[in-house]
Structure formats: C-alpha cells, structure tokens
Design a protein around this ligand. Structure first.
Ligand code: NAG
Ligand code: NAG
Ligand code: NAG
Length: 456
C-alpha cells in the first residue's frame, strides 16, 4: 500500500513540476507584457507634440476630456472599423517612426484612404455592416472615400477677394460656407462684416495710442445645387459674381448637409496652395453676424501673448464629451451601426477661428481620417489626431442672447459671433454697431457663458 502511494507521489511530482513551471512562466509573461504596454500608454499620454494614436480633447473649462474607449472595443461600427485600419498603420507602438512624422503625410495622397476603404469593403463582415446601415447612411458611405472634386470657379487673384494695395500679409481670411441660392446672404456679408481691405480694430480707452487693424480677405465655399431638383442654372450668375468680387470658390459636388465636410477638406487644400502667410482663418456659415473690429483686436491680443502657440490655435464655441444624436428626426442623426463612441471636443455653432499654420496641419492630417458626415465633428477628429485642443470662448454665441441681454445697448459689442441672422438683420446690426462704437468701446467681451452642452 505504502509503495503504491509512493509511486503515485512520484508520478504526481513528475507530471506537476512542468505544470508549475508553465504556470509561473505565464504569470511572469503576463506581468511583463502588462508593464510594457502600460509604459507605452504612459509615454503616449505624456508626449505633447506630434500626432498620436489617441489624443485627448479638452473641456470648456480647460480640463482634459476622458479618453474614448471606442477603438479598443470588439464590436465596431462601420466608420470605426474603417478608421481603425488607418489608425493601425499610424500606431506609434507598432510603427514608431511612421507615426511621428507628421510632415511625411504631406506626401500621402488620397489613394491611401482609398486603399484601406477598398481592402475592407471586400471583407464579408464589412459587407454585413454596410447592409445593416440605414438607406441614407449607405448612400453616404458609397461616396465617402472620394474627396477629389474639380474646382468649377475660383477667385482670380490668390487667396480670395483682396484689397488693391495690401502693405502687409493679410490678418484674416473669412471662409464662408454658402450655397448657390444664398445670393442675398453673400451680398449682405460683403457689405457688412465681410468687407475686405484694411479693417480697424475696436480701440479701447486703456490703450489709446495703439492702433490695431489688419487686412481682411473673403471667400465663399460652394458646392453645386442638385440639378434634378432645381431647374435654375446659376453658373453664369456665379461666374459674374466672381468676376465682380473675386470671392467664389466652387467645387463640382452636390451641396448637401452630409457633403459639407468636403468643403473643409477641399478648402484646406486650396488654402495650403494659395494663401501663403495669411495669419488666421474664420470658417463659418453665411447666416451669422461677426463683430469684425472686436475680432481683429482679440486676435492681436492673442498674437501678443507670450505663450501663444499658433501651430494649434483654434477658438470657438467648444462642445466637449458630446454623444452622436440617435434620434431619427434630427438632421444630425447618426445610427450606432455607423459610429460608436463619444465625439472628440469640437468647435460647433456658426463659426470658428483658427490659425493659418493650423489650417496647413489640418490639411496634412486630414489625409489619415475618413470623411465623417458632420463637418464640425470631422474637424474635431483631425484636431485630436494633432493632439491640439480647441479653446472655448463664450463670445462665440451659438444660441442667441437672452431677452434681457439683447435690450442692452452694447450687447453686440460683447460678442465675436452670433448665430443666426438674416441678410436684412446683418445690415441693420452693422449700422448699429458703427453708431454705438464710441459709446460702447470699453465694454468687454463676454467672459462667462452658459456651459457647453453635452449633446450636439
Ligand atoms: C470640467 O468639466 C468636466 C465636464 O465638462 C467635468 O467633468 C470636470 O470636473 C470639470 N473640471 C473642473 C476643474 O471644473
Ligand atoms: C456628395 O456629392 C457627390 C458628388 O456630387 C454625390 O455623388 C453624393 O451623393 C453626395 N453625397 C451626399 C451624402 O449627398
Ligand atoms: C483694452 O486693451 C487692453 C490691452 O490690450 C486689454 O488688456 C483690455 O482687455 C482691453 N479692454 C477691453 C474692454 O477690451
């Protein structure tokens, strides 16, 4: 009996010793792998310059937004899956050199995104995902890898309508999203806040002696009206408009809500080619009012700040931690079969201002981001990949004044932008702004607004 027991013990020792070794080995390997990964993630977080795989957005109050979990999720939505393939090839852990060299992306052409698109599109699981999309998202997805569209009309001179004798590099280019039919909006903007030439900033009495101002330029960004829906052919009129004002930039794609992102991408490309040293870009809608003199003074003050970092300057009404809208009746509706996760912080509303340097960086980085149907969110996605954060300013008023505020005589002197105003309103507001200039010149910009919303 004792002998049998002894033998059994020997057998057990023989079998289990290797098992124990294996177990210890696995524990050790898991632990080291964990340490290594943790280390790289820490490094990514601490690395402040250059594009990153996952960069964090910032909240309106200046704190960092939480990291999205989406890219590590198993069940991916259509867009996330497409983008993951691109992100993998710029993953700093897998390909450290490629991921760092932002400047190299200058040489990437559009076929890069095309490749990832067509490679994935042929996979069965992607086909399933595509089939499950609602009809309007399928329609969008069919043309979303295309972003080369010919220019139909463009300004005569370089970089938009310009003043006759500019003596300095232009301070700001107004790039305004318009549509063929919004002739009245364009006309009102030309006569009011979008006037080109030398524009004086708003002086204030605390620094009377300093005169600030800058050269302003202007360009309207247009697609084409659907020719099946509208029988009007406006191209002759647009050509005439461009001959007269030199501020029409039109591409050959259908001007729809989901196609607005194309205007950003194609504008960056045109800007990088044509706009040289222009310091700032305003990108906004054709139904907003802009307090141009205040904006000019504000930008001069930003330039003077010692810590100014013009390579990543973007200011507007910043929305942090927004979720995609899942309500089918909204024009912003995005089903979760198309996109999952929170949105990066982005500047929403009627307009945003960023530096010319940033516009060029956005142009490069946008070659590694798939088009997204909501233009502001797409810009936010590009910003995240540059590890740049839009700055919130309460003087960008997406939602209107309260009743009490608007009755104050100087209310329009406290803002940089307000959405939304008709062409007639623009004309009368502009006249009022001039009339009250002296009376209101020491009124400061709005410093506190309501906190930004959690949804778009
Ligand atoms: C900033 O805002 C975010 C949400 O918008 C909040 O979670 C965070 O606590 C705020 N931070 C500070 C310092 O107030
Ligand atoms: C965008 O424009 C292209 C080119 O005109 C068109 O084929 C496509 O259907 C448009 N996409 C949407 C979503 O309207
Ligand atoms: C007036 O100018 C000074 C110096 O540039 C600036 O600090 C201050 O905020 C300005 N005041 C107003 C009301 O804009």
């Amino acid at each position: 009996m004792a002998r049998i027991y002894c033998r059994l013990r020997n057998v057990l020792i023989c079998v289990c010793t290797p098992c124990m070794f294996m177990l210890l080995m696995v524990v050790y390997l898991t632990f080291s792998l964990y340490m290594v990964l943790n280390d790289s993630v820490e490094k990514m977080k601490n690395h402040n310059n250059g594009p990153l795989f996952v960069a964090r957005g910032s909240n309106a109050n200046g704190s960092y937004a939480s990291l999205p979990g989406t890219f590590w999720e198993k069940e991916k939505a259509f867009w996330n899956q497409l983008q993951r393939a691109v992100d993998l090839s710029f993953n700093p852990i897998l390909y450290p050199t490629r991921a760092k060299a932002e400047s190299e992306r200058v040489y990437l052409d559009d076929s890069f995104l095309d490749q990832s698109f067509s490679k994935l599109a042929s996979i069965d699981s992607m086909k399933d995902k595509f089939e499950k999309l609602p009809e309007h998202m399928q329609h969008y997805s069919r043309s979303m890898q295309r972003r080369k569209y010919p220019i139909l009309i463009q300004p005569d001179g370089a970089c938009g309508a310009k003043a006759k004798h500019e003596e300095q590099t232009p301070l700001i280019l107004f790039a305004i999203k318009s549509s063929e039919l919004n002739i009245k909006n364009r006309q009102a903007i030309r006569q009011t806040w979008g006037q080109v030439g030398w524009v004086q900033g708003q002086k204030n009495s605390s620094n009377e002696e300093e005169e600030v101002g800058g050269y302003v330029r202007r360009v309207f960004l247009l697609g084409k009206e659907n020719s099946q829906l509208s029988s009007l052919d406006l191209s002759d009129m647009l050509h005439a408009e461009n001959r007269r004002y030199g501020d029409i930039l039109q591409w050959d794609f259908e001007d729809t809500f989901f196609n607005l992102t194309l205007k950003d991408v194609l504008f960056w490309s045109w800007f990088s080619r044509s706009c040289g040293q222009t310091l700032f870009v305003f990108k906004g809608d054709d139904d907003v009012f802009v307090n141009t003199p205040k904006l000019i003074s504000y930008l001069h003050e930003e330039l003077k700040k010692p810590q100014a970092r013009m390579t990543e300057f973007m200011v507007g009404d910043v929305i942090g931690n927004a979720m995609p809208i899942r309500s089918k009746t909204s024009k912003y509706f995005i089903p979760d079969s198309f996109y999952k996760g929170i949105y990066p912080s982005y500047a929403g509303g009627g307009g945003v201002v960023y530096s010319g340097q940033l516009a060029r960086r956005l142009h490069h980085i946008s070659k590694t981001v798939h088009l997204y149907p909501i233009d502001d969110v797409f810009v936010g996605m590009c910003m995240r990949r540059l590890n740049a954060h839009p700055v919130h300013h309460p003087a960008f008023l997406t939602f209107d004044f309260t009743k009490k505020e608007v009755e104050k005589p100087c209310s329009y002197h406290t803002i940089l932008l307000v959405h939304k105003r008709s062409p007639e309103e623009l004309l009368s507001l502009w006249a009022d702004l001039k009339k009250t200039r002296t009376q209101c010149r020491d009124v400061p910009l709005r410093a506190t607004g309501k906190p930004s919303r959690g949804v778009l």
